[in-house]
Design a protein around this ligand. Sequence first.
Ligand SMILES: O=C(O)C(=O)C[C@]1(C(=O)O)C=C[C@@H](O)C=C1
Length: 635
Amino acid sequence: MASLDLEEIRRTITALDSDLLTLLAKRKAIALDVARSKQANPRPVRDQEREQALLERLIIQGKDLGLDAHYITEIYHTILEDSVRSQQVYLQQLVNPENSLPQIKLAFVAETESLFAGIKYINRQGKTLVQWPCKHFQQAIQEVEQGCADTAILPIENTSAGSINEVYDLLQHTRLSIVGEIVVNTEYALYANSELPLTQMSTLYCTPQVAQQSSHFIQQLDNINIVYTLTSAQAAEQVKNDAHAAVICNIEEEFCAELVNIKSHITNQQENLSRFILVARKAINVTSQIPAKTTLVLATGQTAGALLNVLSVFKKYNLIMTKLESRPIQGNPWEEMFYIDLAANLDSPAMAQALAEITPQTQYLKVLGCYPSNEVKATQVPVAQLAKIHHEAELATPEPNSEAHSISLSQLNQEFNLIACATISNEDDFASQAQQLKNAGAQAILINQKAIDSSLSQQGLWQACQQRARALNLLLIIPVQQLHALNHAAKYADLLYVPGDQMHNSELLEQLGRQHRPVILVRAKTANNDNWLSCATTIMEQGNQQVLLCEHGQYQGEHTQLNLMQTCRLKAHTSLPILVHADGDITDNEFLLFNKDLYSLGLNGSIIDTKSNEPQQLQRLGTLSKQVNTLKKHN
Ligand SMILES: O=C(O)C(=O)C[C@]1(C(=O)O)C=C[C@@H](O)C=C1
């Protein structure tokens, strides 16, 4: 038996950790060789096919070593992001040799969020930061314009507070160019000098920016005197001398360590993201090997369709607009200046052509800058591919007497497209529907179970369905309503389906988080995006990262409706796959329109209810399936 001496075990862990670090450093150095090779034979830094293959291989290898797929994926997302960012910095340095100074004097408004974002940005560049605190945004810009500082960092938008208008207005008049961007996730918490029940709190100190991003929490507080301070440090100072006072501030502030945390997670949005831009005197070049953004500011005349004409030029050249903001033109009431971010390099032929075409259509046009995009989107292994890996691992170790395991599932499709819903009460129901649904184009089948025939146990029925589904190369999805049925359902299902009325069942969600099966989590009809995402987090916090969200509509009076805006906002806030399930209330036309809009945003699949086993229903499924596939191909 291995030694149980804690000190000895810890020494082994310490040695292993240091080996891991050595290996990580070696990997990072080799990533720079990759960058050099890509410099010699130019090709994009990012290769997502390579990343997906790498993740799949590691997941398979990890399985043999007893390591969880989610664990491996999380770790490698971090490693790959670092590898991509290091390569980007290296290649950017080559195209901007004049920016080789080892330190950057950074102007920032003396509130902590800008400084924290600035530190992160400069660290990523591998440079040292010299702080240049300023009183306001205009001063930060002036300090750079006059050459006292090299670069200024300015907040431009936040997921709950929206755009920072003052910064947009200043951009109109400055000679500086945007040279970079960074997005940071800021978490705020409530602190006091000692334990303080919320009911005994009388004064709350914080900066106006923090208050704006935590407004939902603050609104719930009764009889509180709110005092705004210029900085969070000043707010914390006040709290030290007042036993009934509290402060809301960024959890990364050093002074938090001396205070008592009263309440965490109090921002309006679960992911409280702020985007900052960096401005400098000289515009930079961006290598074509990395994703770039270009920001324009323009004014069109007040004629019908003027903005639309400009936007249609972007569409013509396939230029993706990531942001559109409008601000009044100073001195010209009710006329607007438009700020547009495009996911494109200023030097690309498409941008050059688009700029040439919009110039005559605008009264004013200025390029504010072209800079590397902050985003390094994590490569996901498609859920169906994970299910395949899982099955193949099962095939390698067959259970005795389990015929299902002798069936190969290697033909499985890589991505979900269409899931059909079969209404069954026995195996024969399933067998006949599964074949027809498969013929109609379904890739997966969701059991909608009526009372089952007494000849079979619940488990027996699921097992039979599993065998039938595998024979047809269909994924099997089993709904889970009750906690006690979960383990059996997980044994036979390829995916588990949590109906909307169970979305808030936290005990069930926690158990699902400990399963190794992908979970389709349906939106409860009364739930908003935040409620829904927090339930998905409950599952993921337990380790299971394979969560798919399924839009099933929301109550609108007595009826259920699909809400396109809500789903679009959700898509912008989560990288989880999103499916849409047509509810009984929703017509096929509504469903198709919804799918059409969402496929362009990257919808991951659709579930269609067949309602019954009638031939005309199956025919309907076939038609819908073809229409959905056509929509998907065209986007
Ligand atoms: O193999 C490459 O092309 C690399 O750039 C290396 C690497 C990695 O770190 O493994 C990093 C980025 C690519 O997207 C794929 C893989």
